[in-house]
Design a protein around this ligand. Structure first.
Ligand SMILES: Nc1ncnc2c1ncn2[C@@H]1O[C@H](COP(=O)(O)OP(=O)(O)OP(=O)(O)O)[C@@H](O)[C@H]1O
Length: 710
C-alpha cells in the first residue's frame, strides 16, 4: 500500500467521518480513521487544500451517497441543434465527479471509469461518438448508419445503463431501424453486421488553442501533486502541462502538440479519470521530442513520459489511449481501419526512421498487450522491451513513474539502459540458453559425456548420449540386432535405462529369449547351441520375465500391414511419456512402410524420415538406434561395408549423429570367427567418441559380447 507523507493529507473535519480518501498517490487510498467513533458510513474526499483555492473535487459531494442503481425517470428526448444531449435542462447529465455518484471504493471507482471508457471506445468504434456519455442517461444523436436522412435528424436513441457497463441504441427512422447493444467488455451486437465495424463518422478536426480551451498555468496544488510524483516544475514547463478549470474543479491538461502547435488536449482529474478534446487528431504525447531521434521510448501514460524526462530521456512519447485489455488475435487491420492505433499512423514520419524503439509500457497484462500490439505494427526487429525492477518478492514496479518515485531517476535510467531485444518467435541468442550451457558445463543435465557401452574396447570410440541418432548397419547376419540387444542390456544394468523396441523381424518370444539369455547369462534351451552350459531355470525365467516387462515396451503392428515411421514415433512418444523410456530401436528400415508421393525421390523421403526421427530423439531426450541394411554388394570380398553402402540414400550417413558397422569374420582361415568388429564410422559429437574400430568376442551360448581380454 502506498502511503503519502503526512504533509499531503487533508482530512475532512466532519466528525461523523470514518472513512477518508487520501489523494496524491497514484491511486486513492481508502483508510479507516481511528480518530472518530463510527456513527455513519459516509465517504469523504480529502482535498489538497481546505482554503478557497480551486479544488480537485467538488465539495458538495460530501455526505452524498446516491445509489448508482436507483431508477431514474426517463425524460422525453428533445431535439437540440448543437450537441449530443437532447434533454430538458433539469435532466441533463452532469459531467465529471459532480454527477452525484459516490463510488464506494477507489478500486470500484477506477474500475467503473475504466468500464465507461471502454464502453465509449466501443461506441466510438462503431461511429457513435460522445465523450460526454454518462451512466444512466439517454441521448438523441444523428445515426451513423443513415445519417438521419436528408434532414440529418437525431434519430438514434442511445441509452447508457445505470452501471455504465452497457449501451443500447435504436434508430427510429423506418428506413434505417438500426439497433443494437454492446457491453464495455463484450462484442457489439447490432442489426447490421457492417455497422459493428463502421468506421467513425468523420468530423472535421477542430483547431484549438490554449485560449480557446481556456487552459491555465498549473496551480500550486497541482505543482505539489506532481512534485510528490517526482515531476519537476521544469519538466512540466517544458512539456507545457497546464490545467483546466470547470466550476470549482480543476483537471490537469496534458497538451498534445505537433511542431509546437496544440493538436489535442487530454484531461485528467485526480481520480485518474481521463477525457480528451473531441474531434482532434490522435497523436503521441511528446511527439516533438522524438523528431529525428534514432532511439525512441514509448510509454503508456503522460505521467510516465514526464518521469522518463526526469531520468534524462527526452526522446520519449506516450500513447494517447492507454492499453488494450489483451492482444488481438486477428490479422492486422489496414492503416485506415486500424482505429485504435490511428495515432501511430498519424505520427508515421516520426517513427519510421527510428532504429531502436524501446517499449516501456506497464508491466501488467494490458501493458504487455500494448507492447505486443505496438511491436506488431512497428516491426519487432527494431523493438526492445524493459524489465521493471522488483518491488518485493511477489511484485515488480508497474511503470516508469513508480520506479522514479520509489527508486529514483538513476534506477529508471538503468531500466532503460538494460532494455532487452523484443522477442521474435524462433530467433534466439546464446544468452537465452546460458542456464542450459551452465548445466552442461557442470554436468548436471545427465549423461553429458555419454554412457559407456559397457565394453572397454569402445570407451574411446562410442558412448551413448540421450537425444542422438545412431545408424547401425552391416551385412546380413553380421549380428547387428544381437549387438544392439547386448548394448541395451548393458545400459540397463549400468544406468537403468528402459527401451522401446520396434523390431519387426523378430517374433516376440524369440526376441524375449535372446534378451533373457543376455540378462540371465544362461541359454534359454537345453539344445546344441547351449553346449554344456545349464539352461536357465524356471525361477530365473520368472525373474527374467519381470525384468523384460520393467525394461522394454514393444511397438508392433498387429495386423499384416507395415508400420509407417509416423506411427512408430507416435507410439514411441507414448512409451516415453508412459514408461520413461530412454532409447528406441527401429530394426530394420526396410520393414517400415515407405510409401511416398510420386513426386518425392527416395533420397528426399529418407532425408525427411531421418529429420523426423532426430526431432523425436532430441525432443524426448531419447537415443534412437536405427538399423539399415547395405544395398546388395557385388563382388563382396568379406570386408565390412561402408556407411555409404546403405541402401536408399547417402542421407543415412549425412544425417545420423553416429554411424556404426557391425562386422564379423566368417572365414576360419582368415581369423577367429567369434570376433566381432565394431566399426565406428561416424561420431558427430567429439565429447562422446571418435572414429575407429573396437573388437569384441561373441558368446554364442548366451548371445553376450565381451571384451577380448575378459
Ligand atoms: N560373431 C558372431 N559369431 C557367430 N554368430 C553370430 C555372431 N554374431 C551374430 N551371430 C549370429 O548370427 C545370427 C544373426 O544375428 P543378428 O540377427 O543379430 O544379425 P543381423 O546382422 O541383425 O542380421 P540381419 O541383417 O539378417 O537382420 C544370430 O543367430 C546370431 O546368433
Amino acid at each position: 500500500m502506498l502511503l503519502l507523507p503526512q504533509s499531503r493529507l487533508f482530512l475532512n473535519t466532519n466528525s461523523n467521518c470514518n472513512r477518508v480518501i487520501f489523494m496524491g498517490s497514484k491511486h486513492l487510498l481508502l483508510l479507516k480513521s481511528t480518530l472518530t467513533p463510527v456513527k455513519h458510513t459516509h465517504t469523504h474526499l480529502a482535498h489538497f487544500s481546505s482554503t478557497s483555492q480551486p479544488q480537485l473535487f467538488s465539495t458538495h459531494r460530501k455526505n452524498i451517497a446516491f445509489s448508482t442503481s436507483s431508477p431514474k425517470p426517463i425524460s422525453p428526448i428533445h431535439r437540440m441543434t448543437s450537441g449530443l444531449c437532447s434533454y430538458p435542462h433539469a435532466a441533463m447529465p452532469i459531467p465529471g465527479p459532480v454527477s452525484g455518484v459516490v463510488l464506494e471504493t477507489p478500486e470500484q471507482q477506477v474500475l467503473d471509469s475504466e468500464q465507461l471508457r471502454m464502453l465509449k471506445q466501443k461506441l466510438e468504434d462503431i461511429g457513435i461518438d460522445g465523450d460526454a456519455f454518462m451512466p444512466g442517461q439517454y441521448y438523441g444523436l444523428v445515426c451513423p448508419s443513415c445519417n438521419g436522412g436528408d434532414s440529418e435528424e437525431k434519430s438514434l436513441s442511445l441509452h447508457i445503463t445505470e452501471d455504465g457497463a452497457a449501451a443500447v441504441w435504436n434508430c427510429f427512422r423506418a428506413k434505417c431501424g438500426w439497433r443494437g447493444t454492446t457491453r464495455a467488455f463484450a462484442d457489439v451486437k447490432s442489426t447490421y453486421a457492417k455497422m459493428n465495424r463502421i468506421s467513425k463518422v468523420k468530423q472535421p478536426l477542430r483547431e484549438i488553442t490554449e485560449e480557446s480551451l481556456e487552459l491555465e498555468p498549473l496551480c500550486n496544488e497541482l505543482l505539489a501533486y506532481f512534485a510528490e510524483r517526482m515531476i519537476s516544475r521544469e519538466t512540466l514547463r517544458r512539456n507545457s502541462v497546464m490545467q483546466k478549470r470547470s466550476g470549482n474543479q480543476i483537471a490537469i491538461a496534458f497538451t498534445y502538440r505537433r511542431n509546437g502547435e496544440l493538436v489535442s488536449c487530454k484531461y485528467r482529474d485526480i481520480t485518474k479519470k481521463f477525457w480528451q478534446e473531441a474531434n482532434t487528431q490522435k497523436i503521441f504525447y511528446g511527439l516533438d521530442d522524438i523528431e529525428g531521434a534514432s532511439d525512441i521510448i514509448i510509454v503508456e501514460g503522460e505521467m510516465d513520459k514526464l518521469a522518463m524526462e526526469e531520468a534524462g530521456f527526452k526522446n520519449c512519447v506516450s500513447v494517447p489511449d492507454g492499453a488494450p485489455p489483451k492482444v488481438s488475435n486477428k490479422e492486422l487491420p489496414s492503416t485506415e481501419d486500424d482505429t485504435k492505433y490511428q495515432y501511430l499512423w498519424n505520427c508515421k514520419e516520426y517513427i519510421e526512421k527510428a532504429s531502436r524503439i524501446i517499449l516501456a509500457t506497464d508491466g501488467d497484462l494490458p501493458g504487455l498487450a500494448l507492447a505486443e500490439e505496438l511491436a506488431r505494427r512497428l516491426g519487432r526487429e527494431r523493438c526492445w522491451r524493459v524489465k521493471w525492477p522488483k518491488k518485493n518478492n511477489a511484485e515488480s514496479f508497474k511503470d516508469a513513474n513508480e520506479v522514479l518515485m520509489y527508486m529514483g531517476p538513476a534506477a529508471l535510467r538503468e531500466v532503460i539502459e538494460n532494455a532487452e531485444l523484443y522477442p521474435i518467435k524462433g530467433l534466439f541468442n546464446f544468452k537465452d540458453y546460458f542456464a542450459e550451457i551452465d548445466q552442461y558445463y557442470h554436468q548436471t543435465l545427465g549423461y553429458e559425456l555419454g554412457v559407456s557401452t559397457g565394453w572397454r574396447a569402445l570407451n574411446e570410440l562410442y558412448n551413448v548420449v540421450p537425444g542422438e541418432l545412431t545408424i547401425v548397419t552391416g551385412v546380413p547376419n553380421s549380428g547387428k540386432s544381437e549387438w544392439i540387444d547386448a548394448l541395451l542390456c548393458n545400459l540397463n544394468r549400468s544406468v537403468g535405462w528402459k527401451f522401446a523396441l520396434c523390431s519387426m523381424e523378430n517374433k516376440v518370444r524369440e526376441h524375449a529369449r535372446k534378451l533373457l539369455e543376455k540378462h540371465i547369462r544362461k541359454p534359454f534351451f537345453d539344445v546344441r547351441y547351449g553346449e554344456s552350459v545349464e539352461r536357465m531355470n524356471v525361477e530365473e525365467l520368472e525373474q527374467g520375465k519381470r525384468w523384460l516387462s520393467d525394461t522394454f515396451s514393444l511397438i508392433r503392428c498387429e495386423n499384416d500391414c507395415l508400420p509407417s515411421i509416423n506411427w512408430v514415433l507416435e507410439l514411441a512418444r507414448f512409451a516415453v511419456l508412459r514408461h520413461g523410456v530412454n532409447g528406441l530401436v527401429i530394426d530394420p528400415y526396410n520393414e517400415l512402410d515407405h510409401q511416398r508421393p510420386p513426386s518425392q525421390t527416395e533420397t528426399e523421403y529418407v532425408s525427411q524420415m531421418l529429420t523426423k526421427i532426430k526431432r523425436f530423439a532430441q525432443h524426448h531426450s531419447c537415443h534412437v538406434w536405427f538399423v539399415a541394411h547395405p544395398r546388395q554388394l557385388h563382388n563382396w570380398v568379406g570386408s565390412p561395408p561402408n556407411l555409404y553402402d546403405i541402401s536408399g540414400s547417402a542421407h543415412f550417413i549425412n544425417k545420423c549423429d553416429n554411424g556404426i558397422v557391425i562386422h564379423r569374420n566368417r572365414d576360419p582361415e582368415a581369423g577367429p570367427i567369434d570376433i566381432v568388429q565394431v566399426c565406428v564410422r561416424k561420431v558427430r559429437n567429439k565429447v562422446i567418441g571418435t572414429i575407429g574400430d573396437g573388437y569384441l568376442s561373441y558368446n554364442r551360448v548366451t548371445g553376450e559380447y565381451m571384451d577380448l581380454d575378459q
